[in-house]
Design a protein around this ligand. Structure first.
Ligand code: ASP
Ligand code: MG
Length: 408
C-alpha cells in the first residue's frame, strides 16, 4: 500500500476500449488500498497527427508557442476520457490540465523544463479518495502560456509528479513488459531485467533504447523516485529502476542499445595547432546541432584527423557547414558517412569486471565487423559500425555476454 503515480502511454489509451480497461486496472489498485494518481499521454498517433497538421499550415518551422497549444490538446482528450471511464465504474476521478494544478515550466516551447509543481490540489483529492488524472507532456510557464516537454515527455511528467508528491513508486505502464537486455525484435532470447540501476537506464535510454524518455530517468535518479516499467495489459512485475543495491544481479553487462539514426563526418589533414577543435565544432554548436562522439588522432608531422558523429537528420547541414570551415582552416578533405550505427553495451558491472572491452572487440572481429570509432565511459562501451551490420553485432554481443541467461 502507498501512493503510486501511474503513467499510461499512447497505446494503452489508444482506443476507448483500452481506456475502459485502464480504468479497471486503476480501480484494482484502489481496491487493494493504494492511493493512485494517474498521468496519461495522448492516444497513440495523435501527437504525430497534430504535428503534421501544424506543419501543413506553418511549414518547417511553425510557431513554437502555437505548436504547444496544438500538440498539448491530445492529452486533454485522454484525461477527460479516462476520468469519464473511472466515474462510470463508480470511482471519483478528476481530470487536470497543467495550468489547473500549475505544472510550471520554463518558456522553452517544445522542450520545456519543469521548474515547480504545485501539488496542494492533488493532495486534497488524494486525501478525499479522489483519483486525479493529470495530463502528461504539458506545462505552463509563468506567463500562463502552454508549454510541452518534448516528444515522449509524459514519462517525465509522471516522474516529476511522483517526486513532488513523494510517491512510493512511479509506474510507467506501457506496451512492453519491462526493460529488456536488448531489443526483443532483434534478439529472440532478449530477457526482461527484474532490476536495473538509474545510471544504466540513463545510458540505455540516451543510447537508443526507446522504453523511457531519458529525462524521466535523470529526474527519477536525482529525486530517488523508484521507477517501474511494466505492461498495462499483461500482468507481471516489470523492471524496477533503482539505486544500486548489494543484492542486485552483478553481471558484467546489463543491456545492449543500438541507434541507427547516426552519421559521421571526418575532417582530414588538419593542422595540429591549438584552437582546431573549437574551430571545427564551434559552428556546429552554434547551429544547435548536437555532436555525440568526437575522436581526434594524435598528430603526425603537425597534421591530424578529426572525426565526430551527429544525428542523421543533421548530416547534410553539418557536411555543408564543415566544407566552409575546412577552407578556413586549410584542412585537406571533409568526408562523411550517413550509413553508420552505434552499438553500446552498458553495465555497472564493468567497474568490477576486467576485460569487457576486449570481449567486445574480439567478438566483433570474429564476426568480421569493422569498428570505425570507439568511445567508453565507466559503465559503457560504444562502437560505431556500418549500419548494415547492426543486427548482427547486437546478436553477437548479446551472445558473447550470455545475456539470455539470468546472472548467477
Ligand atoms: N503525446 C506526447 C508524444 O507523443 C507525449 C508522450 O507520449 O509521452 O510525444
Ligand atoms: Mg512514450
Amino acid at each position: 500500500m502507498g501512493l503510486i503515480v501511474q503513467k499510461y502511454g499512447g497505446t494503452s489509451v489508444g482506443t476507448t476500449e483500452r481506456i475502459a480497461q485502464v480504468a479497471q486496472r486503476v480501480a484494482g489498485y484502489q481496491a487493494r488500498g493504494h492511493q493512485v494518481v494517474v498521468v496519461v499521454s495522448a492516444m497513440s498517433g495523435e501527437t504525430n497527427r497534430l504535428v503534421a497538421m501544424g506543419r501543413e499550415l506553418g511549414g518547417d518551422r511553425p510557431s513554437a508557442r502555437e505548436m504547444d497549444v496544438l500538440t498539448s490538446s491530445g492529452e486533454q482528450v485522454t484525461v477527460a476520457l479516462l476520468s469519464i471511464a473511472l466515474l462510470e465504474l463508480g470511482l471519483t476521478a478528476k481530470s487536470y490540465l497543467a495550468d489547473q494544478i500549475r505544472f510550471r515550466t520554463d518558456s522553452a516551447h517544445g522542450r520545456a523544463r519543469i521548474e515547480q509543481i504545485e501539488v496542494e490540489k492533488l493532495r486534497q483529492d488524494i486525501d478525499q479518495g479522489v483519483i486525479p488524472v493529470v495530463a502528461g507532456f504539458q506545462g505552463v510557464n509563468d506567463q500562463g502560456d502552454i508549454t510541452t516537454l518534448g516528444r515522449g515527455g509524459s514519462d517525465t511528467s509522471a516522474v516529476a509528479l511522483a517526486a513532488a508528491l513523494s510517491a512510493d513508486e512511479c509506474e510507467i505502464c506501457t506496451d512492453v513488459e519491462g526493460v529488456y537486455t536488448t531489443d526483443p525484435r532483434i534478439v529472440e532470447g532478449a530477457r526482461r531485467l527484474s532490476q536495473i540501476t538509474f545510471e544504466e537506464m540513463l545510458e540505455l535510454a540516451s543510447l537508443g533504447s526507446k522504453v523511457l524518455h531519458p529525462r524521466s530517468v535523470e529526474f527519477a535518479g536525482r529525486y530517488r523516485v523508484p521507477l517501474r516499467v511494466m505492461s498495462t495489459f499483461i500482468p507481471g512485475p516489470g523492471t524496477l529502476i533503482t539505486l544500486e543495491s548489494e543484492t542486485m544481479e552483478q553481471a558484467e553487462v546489463s543491456g545492449i542499445a543500438h541507434a541507427v539514426d547516426e552519421a559521421k563526418i571526418t575532417v582530414a589533414g588538419v593542422p595540429d595547432v591549438p584552437g582546431i577543435a573549437s574551430k571545427i565544432l564551434g559552428p556546429v554548436g552554434a547551429k544547435s546541432i548536437e555532436v555525440d562522439m568526437i575522436v581526434q588522432n594524435t598528430g603526425v608531422d603537425g597534421m591530424t584527423d578529426f572525426t565526430f558523429t551527429v544525428k542523421r537528420q543533421d548530416y547534410d547541414t553539418t557536411l555543408d557547414l564543415l566544407k566552409e570551415v575546412a577552407a578556413d582552416i586549410s584542412a585537406r578533405t571533409v568526408t562523411g558517412d550517413n550509413a553508420i550505427a552505434k552499438v553500446s553495451i552498458v553495465g555497472v558491472g564493468m567497474r568490477s569486471h576486467a576485460g569487457v572491452a576486449t570481449k567486445v572487440f574480439d567478438r566483433l572481429a570474429t564476426e568480421n565487423i569493422n569498428i570505425q570509432m570507439i568511445s567508453t565511459s565507466e559503465i559503457k562501451i560504444s562502437v560505431v559500425i556500418a549500419e548494415r551490420y547492426v543486427e548482427l553485432a547486437v546478436r553477437a554481443l548479446h551472445d558473447a555476454f550470455n545475456l539470455h541467461q539470468e546472472p548467477a
